[in-house]
Design a protein around this ligand. Structure first.
Ligand code: B3K
Ligand code: ZN
Length: 854
């Protein structure tokens, strides 16, 4: 397979200002006729090269005349053209119902739909399938009227009609030039939840959420979130919607979350469908966030798109930053920030320190689908956040206005975005650009010294960026660190908050007249995506967890205190739990009672995160240490957990930040009651499971029971399964909860579930629920006998034959072998080698597995 390099970028040889597509839709055999108006891009003698994948040209016409001087270069169709502007027509036939990759035109639940990003359009028709070819689309679809009564595409509907033989047609026109990856069509038997939104300049937009009829009652939350998003983008970024219709379609078989096709977003149904009985509060939040994310792409992605796929973070990092801001504004900004940082640490930090580490703007790839990563998305969002922090809110808004204004209608680069930040902010971001080119999570060491007599405090900061594949030596980055000092005796702030830009290997900051011993609060709000190593004592961390005025910093201090305790325990040192117990007690007894914040603050770090701190991950040692701390907290604070559990019990279900916070804390309290070994824990959980009038409470009870095991666990699993038989999204939870279990027999349970009649690799949600969840269950997956590794490899090899993209996404746990002891490392490498050796392996899985071996 050949490597694509960023440095090789060349503008397209031919432009395609207009495209007419004519689909004769049928699941087994769909005819696609494409008419491209092409224009030579500058003076050159190149023929027209059109990407294709699995396509055979049935006819090629130039300016209305059939030609046969075309040829194939691999999968590409090459057509020699004499003049500078021509009309080129091609015809192909495709089979949506045999498309198990779910890229291009495919069938899901009896309907037809498309997924084109990044390179799926070439599986539909021959076309220059690259994001810098911007085209106005006209789409005509013909289909059986009974099977496919609804025919949707991008833009605005321009006509429809009946045909003989029970067929009908519809035509859509999208006036905005767009890249091929934003093309979409849907043909199906769908019901719609309609709404309207009036933009600030008075345009009335028809909104529609399209689902199968039975799911219609579960679409109100998504529709509401869409309206909130449209208003938010006007208010916060000055961005208005630009078409007369905006449609969203939910499908069950989808490779990721959702897709921002112009005017016709297509969603994984798990990010649309919600009612209290089937969706958790977490699901509700995720739905609003993804609806917002895809909607925001209309400007950051569609109106301004990417010049090439190396610029992917231009649209993804910025759009994640925007959706994070939206979600923060819907509830608690502090809790949202805590969640986002936890996610970054769980997915991006390990990526950045492992074999698949890559910069936010990569230099090379084999398969672009492998670069839809936490680094491109979430670290990319942190880069935007740092620039926003450095510029301040007003300059940042001026900079985004400039960016939207200057690059509207174009395919832009990350460099274009940064240049707008510089221009509007009046600053120099030369060194900051290293964030785009250097991989790896910077580490910052911070030590604070106080000369009691003179009242002077000296803060020494130093940075180090670890080596990553292909980048052995790193330059110093620009790290914006928000920091503040607090007095250890009085608990009062000793300084204002300041923003320190650490842009040298090290830096010393002197604070004069510091009367009492200061305690350092640093990287407040997680202002830079770095690891901070400080010499703060457990007492100082406990102090900050109680007194810091930045809620994120309070959370962070508690996490660090817990983490230090867990690491000590995992290393076999006599673990002193008392410091954590006291700090948690103080937090629970504290005056500021935001339920959701409390729930976050008292939750101990995951086994994976503890593992990330160790030179060699000891899965069993970590598990034992973590269970011991959970038990200590559960036992020592038993009365408080009981009291909280009762206090957070509620009457009938309501959906509000307050009610959600209570449910979250109740789940945490139940977990600690179970961890304490209380004899009635299983009864309590089972009662909650039975009495619950919402999925959040039912799910938290089920998780607790699954970890406890025993007859109540089995009863709950059976009842859950029976109650939700036929509801695929809820059955995913049934599989996932068991795959995440902390019990000793989880490996065997998961292997058995893979043979369950409801398990299938053909549905990505189901595959992720079992295989994906198992891969992040650190102890079960890393069973010393290698059974977890073998199981994952077997599943990935099978999945690769159906759906390479989804298989490749699930591989990374096997690539963590450097983090483990020699015996486990050998077992993991053996599985990676077995994968790489599979004949006919996809480019997707090959790239991930071979890089993981290096
Ligand atoms: N842009 C899509 C992701 C496409 C992934 C293709 N492998 C969804 C999103 O980020 O909004
Ligand atoms: Zn996106």
């Amino acid at each position: 397979p050949s490597v694509i390099h960023r440095a090789d970028y060349r503008p397209p040889a031919w432009r395609v200002p207009e495209l007419a597509l004519d689909f004769d839709l049928d699941p087994a055999a769909t005819r696609v006729r494409a008419t491209l108006s092409v224009e030579r891009g500058g003076a050159h003698g190149e023929p027209l090269r059109l990407d294709g994948e699995g396509l055979t040209p049935l006819a090629v016409r130039v300016d209305g005349v059939a030609v046969n001087d075309w040829w194939m270069e691999g999968e590409r169709l090459v057509v020699p053209l004499a003049g500078d502007a021509h009309r080129v027509e091609t015809e192909v036939e495709i089979a949506p119902d045999r498309n198990t990759q779910l890229m291009g035109l495919y069938a899901s639940g009896g309907n037809l739909c498309t997924q084109c990003e990044a390179e799926g359009f070439r599986r539909i028709t021959f076309f220059p399938d690259r994001p810098d070819v911007l085209t106005v689309y006209r789409v005509r679809m013909t289909a059986d009227a009974r099977r496919f009564p609804v025919l949707l595409s991008n833009g605005d509907p321009v006509g429809q009609g009946e045909l003989p033989d029970g067929r009908h047609w519809a035509e859509w026109h999208d006036p905005f030039p767009k890249p091929s990856y934003l093309f979409a069509l849907v043909a199906g038997d769908l019901a719609v939840n309609r709404g309207t939104f009036t933009t600030r300049s008075g345009r009335v937009v028809q909104l529609g959420i399209w689902v199968r009829a039975a799911d219609l009652p579960k679409t109100d939350h998504a529709l509401h979130a869409l309206k909130l998003s449209m208003a938010w983008d006007e208010r916060v970024y000055g961005r208005e919607y630009d078409l007369d219709v905006f449609n969203i379609v939910a499908v069950d078989d989808f490779n990721f979350g959702a897709m921002e096709n112009k005017g016709l977003n297509i969603f994984n149904s798990r990010y649309i469908l919600a009612d209290p009985d089937t969706a958790t509060d977490y699901d509700y939040d995720a739905i609003a966030a993804v609806v917002a994310h895809e909607y925001f792409h209309n400007w950051s992605g569609n109106r301004i798109t990417c010049r090439d796929w190396f610029q992917l973070s231009l649209k993804e990092g910025f759009t994640v930053y925007r959706d994070q801001g939206f979600s923060a504004d819907q509830g608690s900004p502090a809790v949202k920030r805590i969640e986002d940082v936890r996610g970054l640490r769980a997915s991006q930090f390990p990526e950045d320190s492992g074999p698949l580490a890559h910069p936010v703007r990569p230099e090379a790839y084999l398969e672009i689908s492998n670069f839809y990563t936490a680094t491109i998305y979430n670290k990319g969002a942190e880069l935007i956040r740092m620039m926003a922090t450095i510029l301040g809110p007003q300059s940042f808004r001026a900079a985004t206005d400039l960016y939207f204004d200057r690059f509207d209608g174009t395919a832009a680069t990350c460099e274009d975005f940064v240049a707008c930040m510089e221009e509007a902010g009046g600053i120099d971001l030369s060194q900051f650009r290293l964030w785009y080119s250097q991989a790896g999570t910077p580490r910052v060491s911070a030590s604070l010294e106080h000369q009691a007599g003179g009242g002077r405090a000296t803060l020494r900061l130093a940075q180090h960026v670890p080596p990553t594949p292909g980048q052995p030596v790193k330059q110093s980055m620009v790290l914006p660190l928000r920091l503040r000092l607090f007095g250890a005796q009085t608990g009062q702030p000793l300084t204002d908050e300041q923003l320190v830009l650490l842009d040298q290997p090290s830096k010393t900051i002197v604070f004069e007249t510091v009367a009492e011993r200061p305690v350092l609060s640093i990287n407040r709000g997680f202002s830079a995506p770095v690891v901070v190593e400080s010499d703060r004592s457990p007492a100082d961390l406990a102090f900050l967890s109680a007194h810091d005025d930045d809620p994120f910093a309070r959370y962070e201090a508690m996490q660090q205190l817990m983490l230090d305790t867990l690491v000590a325990g995992a290393l076999g040192d006599a673990a002193d739990h008392q410091g954590v117990v006291d700090a948690v007690a103080r937090t629970l007894d504290g005056p500021d009672l935001d339920w959701a914040f409390l729930a976050e603050a008292v939750l101990i770090p995951s086994e994976n995160f503890v593992g990330d701190q160790l030179a060699v991950v000891d899965p069993q040692g970590i598990h034992t240490a973590r269970e011991a701390l959970r038990q200590a907290l559960g036992t020592a604070l038993a009365d408080r957990w009981r009291a909280l559990y009762d206090q957070t019990g509620q009457g009938a279900y309501t959906y509000s930040p307050e009610a959600k916070g209570k449910r979250r804390l109740r789940g945490v309290a139940l977990g600690y009651i179970a961890a304490s070994g209380a004899p009635d824990a299983a009864d309590l959980a089972f009662r909650q499971f039975e009495a619950a009038d919402n999925m959040t409470d039912r799910q938290s009870a089920l998780s607790t029971l699954v970890n406890l095991g025993g007859p109540a666990c089995q009863a709950a699993l059976d009842r859950f399964y029976t109650r939700y038989a036929g509801n695929a999204l809820v059955l995913d939870k049934w599989f996932q909860t068991q795959a995440l279990s902390s019990r000793d027999d989880t490996g065997a349970v998961v292997a058995a579930l893979a043979r369950h009649p409801d398990f299938t690799l053909a549905n990505p949600n189901r595959a992720r629920a079992l295989i994906g969840a198992f891969g992040v269950n650190q102890r079960a997956f890393n069973a010393a006998d290698g059974s977890g590794y073998r199981f994952l490899a077997d599943q990935l090899i099978a999945l690769d034959r159906l759906n390479p993209q989804t298989a490749a996404k699930l591989l990374p746990p096997l690539g963590r072998w450097r983090r483990f002891d020699a015996a486990r490392a050998d077992l993991m490498r053996a599985e990676l080698q077995r994968i790489v050796a599979v004949p006919g392996l996809s480019r997707d899985l090959y790239e991930q597995a071979s890089k993981s071996l290096e």
